[in-house]
Design a protein around this ligand. Structure first.
Ligand code: ADP
Length: 203
């Protein structure tokens, strides 16, 4: 087999966590990777926004958290993930937005082990804070997401630094972290990740 051929399916990681600050490109890369790897892209933020849009009472509780940039409750997010764990274990997944804290990772671990859904690799999308803030504020003008205003963006960055960034050390201890410079173009970042997960085009 030449280097330009894809590795056999067995060597391709298909249980992938995407970790990174708000605006680091998890959503964009998640969708692209899911397409290339033929697995589902699960974005917790999208699931939460769908619940808000449904107009349910639960959606209203979620809305206040999301619009202020705080995390919604661990119990709620754990439930969202748990109901999908079996399928994730069987078919693989690109997961973006869970876990967002070491507590969520620890609580999710047992569920993941039981469902054979433990991640193979944790991809950290590395982008400096001033770049992500600029991206999010630019996106606000295009997509109109309620949490992309300056005050909420600052709060999301603080929550990321305080609660989510410690996950890097948590997964580094397990030897699972691969850091990707995510300042480049979306195509470059996708290529780099595909290379890491073993689905390279010979780069
Ligand atoms: P971003 O990563 O750019 O902040 P997301 O769409 O992933 O965008 O998340 C938007 C919001 O959804 C978060 O600011 C938070 O309020 C909520 N959220 C997403 N994932 C989680 C989670 N695992 N635990 C708690 N809240 C979450």
């Amino acid at each position: 087999m030449t280097r330009s051929q894809r590795l056999s399916d067995q060597q391709v990681s298909k249980k992938i966590l995407l970790l990174g600050a708000p605006g680091s490109g998890k959503g964009t890369q998640g969708a692209r990777l899911a397409h290339h790897l033929c697995v589902e892209h699960l974005a917790v933020g999208d699931l939460l926004r769908a619940e808000i849009t449904s107009g349910s009472e639960l959606g209203e509780t979620i809305r206040s958290k999301v619009e202020s940039g705080e995390l919604v409750s661990d119990d709620l997010v754990l439930e969202l993930i748990s109901t999908r764990a079996a399928q994730m274990g069987e078919q693989g997944y690109i997961l973006d937005g869970f876990p967002r804290s070491v507590v969520q990772a620890e609580r999710g671990r047992e569920v993941a082990e039981l469902a054979d859904a433990v991640p193979d690799v944790v991809i950290y999308l590395d982008v400096p804070e001033d770049v992500v803030v600029e991206r999010l504020l630019a996106r606000a003008a295009i997509e109109g997401r309620a949490d992309d205003n300056e005050e909420t963006v600052r709060n999301r960055m603080r929550v990321f630094r305080e609660s989510t960034a410690p996950l890097l050390a948590h997964y580094e201890k397990q030897g699972k972290v691969r850091v990707v410079d995510a300042v480049g173009s979306p195509d470059e970042v996708t290529m780099e990740i595909l290379h890491i997960v073993g689905m390279s085009d010979g780069k």
